[in-house]
Design a protein around this ligand. Structure first.
Ligand SMILES: [Zn+2]
Length: 409
């Protein structure tokens, strides 16, 4: 068994959580902001301390590498260093800190591996600043669209390309981040749901990551005077949208788990206190682990919106903004993760992840596996996000055991 430095692991998680900490609780480390720069520098320092060869790639992913005596394709572990706004201390961060700890422990106890071994802090996954996500993993997997950096903007209108220049990166070099030499990627992550905590065991191995469709629904009625227009003469777009949202939730409930559908944003025009809304625009996030079921879910959502519109004499447009299929993670890599959990005394649960992860993008470029540890109360993307210290340690041990299997034998 590989020994890890438990106190250093927990201390570093706390240290990283200071980078981007918000005064009212929670934290926000958005891509290419000062908090993000400071976090990546902190992680670089830990990698150097472990004797790893450290470099920042063309999009700002930070890599710490130890050469293997046999060369060949690399074994990589890591997760993302960015967070959502008001996020917690572990989403992404656990996989980064544990990656450095596991690689450092292996190298200090077992010396040089047979295969190249790397820890990576992936620059962005959450999509919290720019209207794009998985930026870091997509750059590695050659999934960046031409000109994407100059098209993606943050809420202040700053392009991703300009933000890159602001931290010393050249958007013209994005393609240099592509890696075609990764054999296996292993990511340790918090579950972000309640299953492991409520039903056990303390470790999970992800088999499937759900597919996600993002829709935009635009409802058009007629703006009218809020005082002079009788109730039965109105074509109120917001009332219609409200009926649609209730129907969308019913569709997902009737389909049953793991189907979920969420209306996360809504805008109304003209947005005046004394005007009947003439237009309502809202988004739907619809997910399912089965691709055919996700397609059915989207079709049903579209249908109930149209029906509710027709009943109220409103026009309805449903547009697909993005549709990512479910991803099956690699069986052999999952077996390695499973054996590693068993070596730590836990028979892991096979899991479906309802959240998206870097591993799903990197599965296009490498064999990808994920290990989950429990989330207290199933909470995530909030300041209360937490995992018991013994589970953080257990997960990091399992990660180290998997990397040992992959890189040293
Ligand atoms: Zn995450």
């Amino acid at each position: 068994m590989v020994a890890i430095d438990e106190r250093r692991l927990l201390r570093r998680l706390d240290e990283l959580a200071q980078r981007g900490a918000l005064p009212g609780g929670g934290l926000y480390r958005a891509l290419y902001t000062p908090a993000w720069v400071s976090a990546t520098e902190l992680v670089s320092g830990w990698m150097k301390e472990a004797g790893l060869l450290v470099r920042r790639d063309a999009v700002g992913n930070v890599w710490g590498r130890v050469e293997g005596s046999r060369g060949g394709r690399a074994i990589v572990t890591g997760s993302h260093i960015d967070t959502v706004r008001g996020g917690g201390a572990l989403d992404g961060a656990l996989g980064v800190v544990a990656a450095v700890e596991a690689v450092a422990s292996l190298v200090s106890q077992l010396g040089r591996p047979l295969r190249i071994l790397e820890a990576v802090a992936i620059c962005e996954e959450e999509g919290s600043r720019f209207n794009t996500n998985f930026w870091g993993a997509r750059a590695i997997a050659d999934r960046i669209e031409p000109d994407e950096a100059s098209r993606a903007r943050d809420a202040d209108g700053v392009t991703l390309a300009d933000a890159m220049r602001g931290v010393g990166l050249d958007p013209a070099n994005v393609a240099q981040a592509i890696r075609r030499d990764i054999d296996t990627f292993v990511e340790l992550h918090v579950e972000q749901g309640p299953i492991l905590e409520e039903e056990g065991p303390r470790l999970g191995v992800v088999r499937t990551i759900v597919g996600t469709a993002h829709l935009e629904v635009v409802v058009r009625g007629q703006p009218d005077h809020a005082g002079a227009t009788a109730m039965d003469r109105r074509r109120d777009a917001l009332l219609g949208a409200s009926a649609m949202m209730l129907a969308i939730a019913d569709v997902a409930r009737e389909m049953g788990p793991p189907a979920v559908a969420t209306v996360g944003t809504i805008a109304v025009e003209p947005a005046q206190v004394n005007v009947v809304p003439g237009l309502a625009r809202f988004t739907v996030d619809a997910r399912h682990s089965d691709n055919a079921q996700r397609t059915l879910l989207v079709a049903d959502i579209t249908r109930v919106c149209k029906v509710a519109g027709r009943e109220r004499d409103l026009s309805v447009d449903v547009r697909t903004l993005r549709d990512r299929p479910a991803v099956q993670l690699n069986e052999r890599a999952a077996d390695v993760a499973r054996r590693a959990c068993l070596a730590c005394g836990v028979a892991p649960r096979d899991m479906t992840s309802g959240a998206g992860h870097d591993a799903q993008v990197l599965s296009a470029a490498a064999h990808a596996a994920m290990i989950f540890v429990p989330s207290i109360g199933g909470r995530s993307h909030c300041p209360e996000e937490a995992t018991a210290a013994e589970d953080v340690i257990l997960g990091t041990r399992a990660l180290a055991a998997a990397l040992r299997d992959l890189a040293y034998s």
